[in-house]
Write a protein that binds this ligand. Structure first.
Ligand SMILES: Cc1cc2nc3c(=O)[nH]c(=O)nc-3n(C[C@H](O)[C@H](O)[C@H](O)COP(=O)(O)OP(=O)(O)OC[C@H]3O[C@@H](n4cnc5c(N)ncnc54)[C@H](O)[C@@H]3O)c2cc1C
Length: 427
């Protein structure tokens, strides 16, 4: 039988993981990417002569498909995952506090994390324990996470000093904007999983290396080659149309692009029985990269409490990356203002930096970093009306928030669908 040819639109992690899986199954794969860079939202580029990630990316031990994907690319040794959950919290005026899991069987391993949170009064710690246990029960579909916290008696301090640092970055949106069930998913998956589930992990190479390695394994990549439409023939998808007007025939297509791009390619998504794409809203992330002379810290990363910076990461001695999730209007501030703001916030929280000299800084920002898992949002699965057309993206229905894990899961699901001849979508 002749080798079947598949086109993948979008070279983010969703498209690349679909492409790698299809290539491994013996398909001839070609990737079409609108931009000049590989990796989509998880990429890196050179700023002032230094390659920086477009934003600090963290994964957790529970992100098993992402870990498996990167390991399968031969980059497993570039993943650093904690053996045991530990996170440092910084509150100006107080000594740093490191919350560390115990070597007890789960869920007992997390008791020292919750009960040892000495910035919180004892009552607030018990509130948090109670909420984590309550998260096992379904919430009403119309409930926001903010209402859920209220219903579970989470006071101001528990919210600001426990839930905000962990859940706002995970969902990239404030509690009032996200569905309680999406927040519950994160709580249960990270805090309710095995001992490594909540452990933090990082990639120690610029993110573009993951995308480049995946592309090398998958097949030819066409950069600056936006897909503008599909060719439909004899009741099947027969290929795609490109921005330069060219048309190419393929036996199958995976569209791994964000919802707004998908609408432009499909024209009428309803005809493919994909609905609700106009309900996806995005949220911004700003990262501020600061290079200090003489500013080496004794932790790899830390959460800043009561600050617009949620987490700061020490990427290399003297190089700190501040992550500002759900960044709102900060996205539009001039770069110099963002650098100054983060420098002030860091020196307020980290006395060791006061004697260091800020050499230079840079800001990276993405106004559409992730989608907001809002109440009532319906995320489509990979299937369409055509067995040889699948969709993928961190925003599709993987159950996960818009993360690298969700992207890889969605890409692999789309690849499986294409390999098995697809299951027409009849929802
Ligand atoms: C600053 C920042 C920080 C983040 N931090 C984390 C984190 O700590 N942990 C985590 O797990 N996740 C994080 N994320 C989220 C994560 O990066 C994304 O969820 C994931 O990478 C999305 O992958 P994707 O393939 O679904 O989509 P994308 O990466 O958006 O890929 C879609 C690709 O399709 C291309 N495209 C669009 N239209 C067309 C077209 N017509 N034709 C061809 N190509 C097209 C786009 O250019 C893009 O390359 C972060 C994101 C950002 C922006």
């Amino acid at each position: 039988m002749a080798t079947r040819r598949v086109a993948v639109a979008g070279a983010g992690l969703a498209g690349l993981s679909a492409a790698v899986a299809l290539r491994r199954a013996g398909w001839d794969v070609e990737i079409f990417e609108r931009r000049r860079l590989l990796g989509g939202k998880a990429t890196s580029y050179v700023v002032d002569g230094i390659e920086v990630d477009n934003g600090q990316h963290v994964f957790l031990g529970c992100c098993t498909e992402f870990i498996d994907f990167v390991t399968g690319l031969g980059l497993g040794d570039r993943l650093h995952l904690q053996d045991r959950f530990a996170a440092t919290l910084l509150k100006p005026g107080d000594p740093p506090l490191t919350l560390r899991a115990a070597t007890l069987p789960p869920p007992l391993h997390l008791l020292p994390v919750l009960l040892g949170h000495r910035y919180l009064p004892r009552r607030s710690r018990l509130e948090v324990v109670w909420a984590i246990l309550a998260a096992r029960r379904d919430a009403p579909p119309s409930e926001t996470f903010a209402d859920w916290l209220e219903r579970h008696h989470q006071g101001e301090l528990a919210r600001h000093w426990f839930w905000d640092p962990f859940l706002v970055p995970a969902l990239n949106a404030p509690a009032a904007e996200v569905a309680a069930n999406d927040a519950r998913f994160v709580i249960n998956t990270a805090f309710g999983g095995d001992r490594r589930a909540a452990c933090f992990g990082f990639v120690d190479v610029p993110l573009a290396r993951i995308a480049e390695t995946a592309a090398e394994r998958a097949g030819p990549v066409h950069l600056r080659a936006g897909v503008t439409g599909l060719i439909e023939r004899d009741g099947a998808i027969a290929g795609l149309r490109l921005a330069d007007g060219a048309e190419q025939d393929f036996d199958a297509v995976v569209l791994a692009v964000p919802p707004d791009a998908l609408v432009r390619i499909l024209g009428e998504p309803g005809r493919f029985r994909i609905v609700g794409l106009d309900r996806f809203k995005t949220a911004p992330i700003v990262d501020v990269h600061l290079w200090y002379v003489g500013g080496t810290l004794d932790f790899d990363f830390a959460a800043l409490l009561d600050s617009p910076i949620q987490w700061v990461f020490q990427k290399a001695p003297g190089y700190l990356c501040c992550s500002l999730s759900a960044a709102g209007e900060l996205t539009t501030r001039p770069e110099a203002e963002l650098i100054d703001l983060c420098h002030q916030e860091l020196t307020r929280a980290i006395p060791a930096l006061r004697s260091a000299r800020l050499e230079h800084g840079a800001a990276t920002r993405d106004p559409d970093a992730t989608f907001v898992p809002a109440v009532g949002l319906r995320r489509p699965g990979p299937a369409t009306t055509y067995p040889n057309l699948a969709i993928a993206g961190a925003w599709t229905n993987t159950g996960w928030p818009a993360t690298m894990e969700s992207a890889v899961r969605s890409g692999r699901a789309a690849a499986r669908l294409i390999m098995t001849g697809g299951t027409p979508h009849d929802a």
